[in-house]
Design a protein around this ligand. Structure first.
Ligand code: PLP
Length: 365
């Protein structure tokens, strides 16, 4: 058996007719940037998430960048985030000339630790924002984080957690701002790059609408109110997302069923599930000791695996100037050495799920 790590073709084929028709309608209309499709999508996804405002942007990275900008983060400001995430989360901080301040993770959830956050906030003055990541589809302890933040704005990085819930409420609706990515490999993926910002603040909503489109006034297009950017969601992507959004809960439930199966069948310890969290498994991530040998053996028998992430952000060459060293964030470093993600996508077949569990048990004896 040769199993794909992620097979987007299976998902496409399951709704091909509907997507193909919709795309050809957009092509016939020759209206590609923002417009009615994007507005409709923004309404539908705000409704799905149960948040006041949603703003389509060009990518998840831009969603984070524009969120920081909307909060007025500037040169020299300090912003807290986790060292165990995709580079974009900290890159956007540095791109504004601001300084990423890392806080180590909780080894169970892989998410930023609320306790460590508390300690850092006691030591570090002048923190201007906090970006927790709901990593692998499992919410961080967002209510505690917001309480500890005590008024410092919180931006939720929901790139991997669309549809996930904490205490029955969806991620991206707790903080000042929520940032989503529609990169094809996320739980809701479009046909290229796309992103979204959510907020319950009408002030931030109005500001981000300006920022994403050259500061251009909604009333008077060639009047530019602020220095902005070009970061818009395409009509084509919005249309694809409107169709896929209807299937999202179904797909997330399939991921959960695949995870339940692994949880029950695998002899090694299953990924921790926070009791208040609905985890939507963008990744199903185990900890193993003999990772490179195990990966090689799994590969030989057609089981692909991935390592998210092999190097913590504080040890990335691009952050040399922050002068961190090995040992600064031991839980993030340990996670980088041990994590192993196995196939979990919704269209994974029963026999593939079984084959993976059976062989993983055999090889990790
Ligand atoms: C994917 C991802 C991003 C960036 O999203 P893009 O749409 O690829 O720019 C940011 N943060 C996390 C945690 C991600 O997984």
């Amino acid at each position: 058996m040769q199993i794909p790590f992620l097979d987007l073709k299976r998902q496409y084929l399951s709704i091909k007719q509907e997507l193909d028709t919709a795309i050809s309608e957009i092509i016939s209309s020759q209206r590609f940037i923002l417009g009615n499709e994007v507005e409709q999508f923004e309404k539908e996804i705000a409704n799905y998430l149960n948040v006041k405002h949603a703003i389509g942007v060009a990518s998840g990275t831009d969603a984070l960048f524009l969120s920081l900008k909307a909060l007025g983060i500037k040169q020299g400001d300090k912003v807290i985030t986790t060292p165990f995430t995709f580079i974009a989360t900290a890159e956007v901080i540095a791109n504004l000339g601001a300084i990423p301040v890392f806080v180590d993770i909780d080894p169970h959830t892989f998410n930023i630790s609320a306790d460590n956050l508390k300690h850092t906030l006691e030591k570090e003055a002048n923190i201007k924002a906090i970006i927790p990541v709901h990593l692998f589809g499992q919410p961080a302890e967002i209510e505690d984080i917001i309480e500890i933040a005590n008024g410092i704005p919180v931006i939720e990085d929901c790139a991997q957690s669309i549809g996930a819930e904490y205490n029955g409420r969806k991620t991206g609706t707790f903080g000042e701002l929520g940032c989503f990515s529609f990169f094809p490999a996320k739980n809701l993926g479009c046909f290229g790059d796309g992103g979204l910002i959510t907020t319950n603040s009408t002030g931030l909503y109005n500001k981000i609408r300006l920022l994403r489109n050259h500061g251009s006034s909604p009333e008077d297009k060639y009047k530019n109110m602020i220095i902005g950017h070009s970061s818009r969601l395409d009509a084509l992507q919005a249309r694809v997302l409107r169709i896929k959004l209807k299937h999202l809960d179904n797909w997330n439930n399939k991921r959960i069923l695949n995870a339940d199966y692994y949880d029950n069948m695998l002899q090694i310890k299953a990924p921790f599930k926070h009791p208040k969290a609905k985890h939507v498994y963008n990744q199903y991530t185990l900890r193993v000791q003999n990772r490179s040998q195990l990966r090689a053996k799994l590969k030989e028998i057609g089981i692909p695996t991935m390592v998210y992430y092999p190097l913590p952000l504080h040890l990335q060459p691009c952050f040399d100037h922050l002068n961190h060293k090995q040992g600064d964030f031991p839980e993030a470093e340990k996670a980088c050495e041990e994590v192993l993600s196995i196939p979990i996508f919704p269209e994974l077949k029963t026999e593939e799920n079984e084959y993976i569990a059976k062989n993983l048990n055999e090889l990790s004896k």
